[in-house]
Structures are given as structure tokens and as C-alpha cells.
Design a protein around this ligand. Structure first.
Ligand SMILES: Nc1ncnc2c1ncn2[C@@H]1O[C@H](COP(=O)(O)OP(=O)(O)OP(=O)(O)O)[C@@H](O)[C@H]1O
Length: 689
């Protein structure tokens, strides 16, 4: 199915490139000549006829004879065989060694990479021709030995190319996604990363074929190191030197064969690369939906955003005071300021009150024993020791939707990555625990981690375009994920993949399995990512900003889909977002994160109705609501500081309108209600409007 279609696509793209078609025809002719040489050639390759020496073209010798009376046409045909064998051997050696090593050092990194690259530096400083001669001196005469040396030099450049692509690809989201789906490292290397190396390798390999052919001709021309009786275009050139003035054809024919072959190899590489790339064909249909006429996509809620005003209004407390109509419309700045200044200020509350609040703080309530996921004091540090996440604790119950909210840079993604063991290189869990029921995830490695990822915990990434490998059909990606955690055969896995696409509302699922990710619109691609995350019935689904990269009209559909799936499949959902509006509809409880810490952790209803942390209040004020009209949205002054510069005391104090001296100096613990604010019990903060 998909492979067949992919091949058909490549073939039709090839046919649209006349130069490539001509090159392929030329190569096919050469291969045929090389294979069928004994059947086609009119004479034996070394058959000498002194009586016929140095003849011009005739009926007996169509392209004439050389100084020993050997038939030029015959030797050209046999020369093709030598040229193809020699160049093929060296490029095959180079590819097998170079690609294997490049994949290994690129994927493993660290010392392997450094040692591999230093050896490559040394190898590349040796001229290929010199190494060929040295190897022939050691291993003995013969073109095979000479081309082995050339193959070793090629291996170095193939290794460099492969490594460079692997270094770039391994950081991409789709590789993380493959890890999250529980694919094994070897499978990720060969099935996910390697196809991305193919385009530059195809070009490089075809250029290398030309180079190898030139080296073979040069060695034969020099008559050094190789069997002098070998029939080769280079040897023909060498033999023609004495007679080139009277018989120019003797030099022109092998020279033309070499030049044409090298040119064909060089042109072929570019053509094959373009034809093999699925994206070169799909460029004409971005965002195309192949839904057959009449099929429908599950509708989103009536409100195209589905998250905003109505949801927020529902959650606002019944006794929220209305804006006094008699005051008339306020200007937006005044209104935003009013929200803040109507509340108690630093000056209004004596410092002793904050001190009292601090001394009466009791720790947060413990997580229930049957919670599905429990984070306890999770601290994550970067290579410099800066805490990206500090002492984060929360739990998620079975069947619950838990929201992790906060501005960009607050540590939400690092927290999610820590749960999945996907922390960036050098970033580590310094302390704390992450328990998925009875399994400790912090420090989990190898096969145990692979079984959790994709098997018990699924992940939906922010940008579906990057989370799917561009070089495989979605069917292949889904079946790979399914088979990584089950014993299903390919047909059964394809069947299951179609069911999953159907489950997430992709119309004509069987047909769409054959498509590449670029053939899906953003919303449909996110449904495919969700289908992949559900491949093995996870107990917990982590959705990291699942709607940020999508059109607003699609966002609500995706959120709706996630909520529906959570209920239908009895999963728990960890929804990560910077938008409080998004969690209003979807979540049961939320944790508001600021600067690597949890600022407030409550039920959504409570947090929206009566926020107790000034940061939650500020986030709520920044959510659009019915009353906004044309007013600009309230914003939070300043920005989240970088991790190496988290402020002393309360980390929010530089941006907090209620901060006191104590807030600037005293580290703030979380109170029993899950709030990290010295003044939580005194402030009367504004809820959702
Ligand atoms: N690979 C890394 N190395 C060092 N620091 C990092 C790395 N990745 C993220 N950080 C830092 O960790 C902190 C938390 O970042 P994180 O990406 O978790 O925030 P976030 O709330 O998820 O934001 P966003 O929504 O933009 O992803 C930030 O200060 C960020 O600069």
C-alpha cells in the first residue's frame, strides 16, 4: 500500500525530469554492456592481432584497433565493466562504513563523537590516491585493493555528512516524539533519522561514483599498483599516447567514456534526490484535505474558540461585583489599573501581618495514595547548576484533567520532559521524585523507560508539523508506534492505525494512512499526533500546548477531542498551556507555574473564582472576556526572568503590585491550600471576569 504508492510517486517525479531520465538510460546502457560484455563484444578483450594493428574504423573493427591490434569497441565495452565495478566497490565500502559510523557517533555524541571525528580528520588529510598506492603496496597488486583504499577515504566524508544530519535531526521534535512512542534507539536511528540522511547521501554517493571512476582511470593510466593487463579506459588512454597524433580516436573514445560517465553520475545525484523527496511533490498541496465529499469532521463547539468568555463567565463567582454602570465606560488603562489598585497594596498591610502569615504556614496537603502521577519536590538543573524547575510537587488523579499553566519560560515543558525522561542534554533531575503509580520515573532508563513512554504515558506536542517525521507516511509512523508495544503484525497494526485515525476524527482513515504529514492540514496533523499518542492506550496523556500552533477555529476542536478521548478512554490528561482560557473548559485542577515553581495549585473553579496568588490574578486579567470589547488586554509588566537569574525571596515579587520587604527577602513555602504567597491570606484578589 503506502510503499507501493510512495514508489509510484517517486517514479512519476523521475519521469518529469528529462535530464535524470537520460542519465538513467545512459547508466542502464552501461550496466547492460558491463553485464553482457562477453555476449556483445565482437572480440576477446585481450585478443591480439598484430596484422590488424592501428586500423581505423572498418566493418571488422567498427571503432578501429590499437597498437597491438586489439578491437577498440571490445575494450571500451569491457572497460565499462571495470569502471562500474571499481567505482561501485569503493562507494559501497564508503557507504556501509561511513553511514554506520556517522549514525553511531552522531546519535551517541560525547566521547564517541569526539574520537570518531579526530580519526576522520586524520584520514581526510591523506590523499585518496596516495592511500590507494600505499594499500596496494601492503596488500598486493590489484584494482580491488586500490579501490578499498578509495572506499575508506569516501567513508570519512559519508560519515561526516551522516553525522551532521544526525546531529541536527536528533534534536528535532519528531525524534523526541518517536522516543515518547517507545521506539527503540536502533529503530529511531535507522527508521526515523536515516531517511533524512538519504538526500545529501544520494548526491554525495553519485559524485563519489564519478570521483572513484576518475581515480580508477588515473591508476590504470599510470599503470601503477593495478594489474596492467586489466581492460580499463585509463589503460586505453595510456596505450594511445604514442599514436594520438595519427589515431586520435584511440584517445578520444576512452576519454569521452570517462567524461560522459562522470557527468552522468554527477547529474544523476541531484535528480534522484529531488525525485525521492516526498516534499518535492507535495509542495503544490499544502494544507490540502483529502476528505471525500460528504464526509464531515467532528464539529467543534458553537463558540469557535470554545474556551473564552462563556467558560470564564461560568466559572466566575456568582457574587462578583458588576462594573458600576453609572461610572460609564472606563478607559482600558484605567480599568486595568483599577483591578490592581482596588486591592490592598503593600502599604496597606503591615509587615507584621506578613510575618505572622509566614509563621503559620503549614505544608501542602499530601497527594492521595492512589494518584496516578505524583511529583514530589522535583528539581531540575542545567549543566551550570541553575535550577530550571525548583521543588515542584503536584499529583494527577485517575481520569482527571490537570492543567499546568504559566507564561513562557516558567518551566512547564521542562517539567513534562522530566516526566517522560526527555530532558535536553546536560539538563538533569537533581532531586525529587516522579512516580507513575508504583514506578519511579526519575532516573529510569533503557527498556524500562521505553515501556513507560508510549505504553503508559503518551505525549502530544505543540507543533504537529514538527512532531511527525516528514519522510514517512502517517500509516508507517502509526504502525511503528503500535508495533513497538505489541505483537501485532504489519496488517493488524495497519488495521489498528486506521481505527485510531477514525477515533480521532480523521475522515477516510484508510486512505489517509498513505499520506505524508505535509498532506495534512494543521488540525488534521494534530489529530494524527494524538492518534499516535493513543496507540498503546496510555494511562496518562501529556499535551504540551497542543493548540498553540493551530488556527483559532481548529483549537476548540482539538481541545474538545482531547476532552472526549480522555473520558472515553478513561485516561488522565496533563494539559500544558500558557493560556488560562484554555484550561477553563477542560481542566479539573490546575497548577500555576512561575519561574520554575508552583505559585498556586487549586481546582479550576476556585482558582478562577478566588485566585490567591497575585500571578494567577494577573494571568486571569490577561484573558479576553465578554466585557473587553475593543479595549486592549491587561498585560503583566516585566517578563519571566531567565533560570540563572530567579529573584531572591518570592520569585514573582519584581512584578507583583502587592510585594512587601518580606517578599523580597524571604523564600516562600507553599501553604496548605497549595499557594506560594506570603500574603495569600490577606489579599482579596480579583477572579475571572
Ligand atoms: N536545554 C535547556 N538548557 C538550559 N536551560 C533551558 C533549556 N530548556 C529550557 N531552559 C530554561 O528552562 C526554563 C524553563 O523553560 P521551559 O521551556 O520549561 O518553559 P515553559 O514554561 O515550558 O515555556 P514554553 O511555553 O516557552 O516552552 C527557562 O528559563 C528556559 O530558558
Amino acid at each position: 500500500m503506502s510503499t507501493h504508492q510512495a514508489r509510484a510517486g517517486t517514479f512519476s517525479r523521475l519521469l518529469r525530469q528529462p535530464v535524470t531520465v537520460i542519465c538513467l538510460a545512459f547508466l542502464a546502457l552501461q550496466i547492460t554492456l558491463a553485464l553482457a560484455a562477453p555476449l556483445i563484444a565482437p572480440y576477446g578483450p585481450t585478443e591480439i592481432s598484430v596484422a590488424d594493428k592501428l586500423q581505423g574504423p572498418s566493418a571488422d573493427h567498427l571503432l578501429g584497433t590499437d597498437d597491438l591490434g586489439r578491437d577498440t569497441l571490445t575494450r571500451l565495452i569491457y572497460g565499462t565493466r571495470t569502471a562500474l565495478l571499481a567505482s561501485g566497490e569503493s562507494v559501497a565500502i564508503g557507504l556501509v562504513l561511513g553511514v554506520g559510523l556517522g549514525l553511531f557517533v552522531g546519535y551517541r555524541g560525547g566521547w564517541w563523537d569526539r574520537i570518531g571525528m579526530r580519526i576522520a580528520d586524520v584520514m581526510q588529510s591523506i590523499p585518496a590516491l596516495l592511500l590507494a598506492l600505499a594499500l596496494v603496496a601492503v596488500l598486493g597488486n590489484g584494482l580491488g585493493n586500490a579501490m578499498l583504499a578509495v572506499g575508506l577515504i569516501f567513508a570519512v566524508s559519508f560519515m561526516r555528512i551522516t553525522r551532521a544530519v544526525v546531529l541536527a535531526e536528533r534534536e528535532k521534535l519528531y525524534v523526541d516524539a518517536a522516543r515518547v512512542l517507545g521506539l527503540r534507539p536502533l529503530s529511531i536511528m535507522f527508521r526515523q533519522v536515516l531517511p533524512n540522511v538519504s538526500p545529501p547521501l544520494i548526491v554525495q554517493a553519485s559524485i563519489a561514483l564519478g570521483t572513484a571512476l576518475l581515480i580508477e582511470a588515473t591508476l590504470s593510466f599510470l599503470g601503477v599498483g593495478v594489474d596492467t593487463t586489466a581492460v580499463s579506459w585509463g589503460a586505453m588512454l595510456d596505450a594511445s599516447r604514442q599514436h594520438v597524433a595519427e589515431h586520435p580516436l584511440l584517445a578520444i573514445l576512452p576519454g569521452a567514456a570517462i567524461t560522459l560517465s562522470v557527468l552522468v553520475f554527477n547529474l544523476l545525484g541531484d535528480g534522484l534526490r529531488d525525485a525521492g523527496s516526498p516534499r518535492s511533490a507535495g509542495a503544490t498541496r499544502p494544507g490540502r484535505s483529502k476528505a471525500p465529499a460528504g464526509t464531515t469532521v467532528p464539529a467543534g463547539p458553537g463558540d469557535p474558540t470554545g474556551i473564552g468568555p462563556a467558560a470564564l463567565t461560568d466559572l466566575a463567582p456568582a457574587n462578583t461585583p458588576a462594573e458600576p454602570a453609572a461610572d460609564g465606560p472606563m478607559d482600558s488603562t484605567a480599568k486595568a489599573t483599577a483591578t490592581v489598585t482596588d486591592r490592598p497594596t503593600a502599604e496597606a498591610v503591615p509587615a507584621t501581618a506578613t510575618a505572622t502569615a509566614l509563621t503559620t504556614v503549614r505544608g501542602p496537603a499530601p497527594a492521595p495514595a492512589d494518584a496516578l502521577l505524583r511529583l514530589d519536590g522535583l528539581t531540575v538543573t542545567d549543566p551550570g547548576g541553575a535550577q530550571l524547575v525548583s521543588g515542584v510537587s503536584f499529583h494527577i488523579n485517575r481520569g482527571e484533567t490537570f492543567g499546568l499553566v504559566g507564561e513562557s519560560g516558567c518551566g512547564k515543558s521542562i517539567t513534562a520532559s522530566a516526566i517522560l525522561g526527555l530532558l535536553p542534554r546536560g539538563v538533569t533531575v537533581a532531586s525529587g521524585s516522579i512516580r507513575l503509580q508504583d514506578t519511579e520515573l526519575a532516573g529510569l532508563r533503557g527498556e524500562k523507560l521505553r515501556k513507560v513512554r508510549g505504553g503508559r504515558v503518551g505525549m502530544v506536542f505543540q507543533d504537529p508539523g514538527s512532531a511527525l517525521s516528514p519522510v514517512h507516511t502517517v500509516g508507517r509512523q502509526l504502525t511503528d508506534a503500535i508495533r513497538a508495544h505489541s505483537d501485532l503484525n504489519r496488517n493488524q497494526a495497519t488495521e489498528r492505525a486506521a481505527e485510531l485515525l477514525n477515533l480521532v476524527g480523521v475522515p477516510a482513515p484508510r486512505e489517509r494512512l498513505k499520506d505524508y504529514p505535509h498532506q495534512f492540514s494543521g488540525g488534521m496533523a494534530q489529530r494524527v499526533v494524538i492518534a499516535g499518542a493513543l496507540a498503546c492506550d496510555p494511562e496518562l496523556l501529556i499535551a504540551d500546548e497542543p493548540t498553540t500552533a493551530l488556527d483559532v477555529t481548529i483549537q476548540a476542536q482539538v481541545l474538545d477531542l482531547l476532552a472526549g478521548l480522555r473520558e472515553r478512554l478513561s485516561m488522565s490528561l496533563l494539559l500544558i498551556t500558557h493560556d488560562l482560557g484554555v484550561v477553563a473548559d477542560s481542566c479539573d485542577r490546575i497548577a500555576v507555574m512561575y519561574a520554575g515553581q508552583i505559585a498556586e495549585q487549586r481546582t479550576v473553579r476556585d482558582a478562577f473564582a478566588t485566585p490567591r496568588h497575585p500571578y494567577t490574578e494577573a494571568l486571569l486579567a490577561a484573558v479576553p472576556h465578554h466585557g473587553n470589547g475593543d479595549e486592549p488586554l491587561a498585560t503583566i509588566p516585566g517578563r519571566v526572568p531567565p533560570a540563572w537569574d530567579w529573584p531572591q525571596g518570592c520569585r514573582f515579587h519584581p512584578r507583583c503590585p502587592y510585594a512587601t520587604d518580606a517578599c523580597r527577602t524571604t523564600p516562600v513555602p507553599v501553604d496548605i491550600d497549595g499557594v506560594r504567597c506570603l500574603r495569600a491570606s490577606e489579599l482579596d484578589l480579583a477572579g475571572a471576569r
